[in-house]
Design a protein around this ligand. Structure first.
Ligand SMILES: [Zn+2]
Length: 134
């Protein structure tokens, strides 16, 4: 089970030599890591592809910044973080269902599109909280 913790490191090419070989060995026996790795790879491709999701996120962010553009400009990374959190959750859910290896990028994108309104609301709440701090 401990080997599963190396999945993210392996996926981002941060394992070397023995650790990498050990994880590849682990992959042979762990279907949940294989499923999660496959999803991570496809998600990477989706994010690297000519950016339907990125433009959606951009538009969404433009909405939130319309009011006080310069003040919110620094929050762009925070929003990207929220979107990545959503992807992380999706990855986690997929990991719980090793049979569901048939996830592909379009499903991820569809999921993100469906949930953007909700993420936008969460993000707005965060911003409101942030404003109260001032
Ligand atoms: Zn594993």
């Amino acid at each position: 089970m401990k080997d599963c913790e190396n999945l993210m490191l392996y996926a981002s090419n941060e394992l070397d030599g023995a650790a990498k070989a050990a994880f590849e060995q682990h992959l042979q026996t762990c279907s949940s890591c294989r499923a999660e790795l496959a999803l991570l790879r496809r998600t990477d491709e989706a994010l690297a592809a000519p950016a339907a999701p990125a433009s959606v996120v951009e538009n969404l962010f433009a909405k939130t910044t319309r009011r006080r553009k310069s003040f919110f400009a620094g929050w762009k990374p925070a929003f990207a973080g929220t979107a990545l959190l959503g992807l992380g959750l999706l990855t986690f859910l997929a990991g719980l269902q090793p049979d569901k290896t048939a996830f592909d990028a379009s499903e991820v994108i569809a999921y993100m599109s469906e949930n953007l309104d909700e993420e936008y609301l969460n993000f707005s709440n965060d911003l409101a909280l942030f404003e109260q701090e001032f």
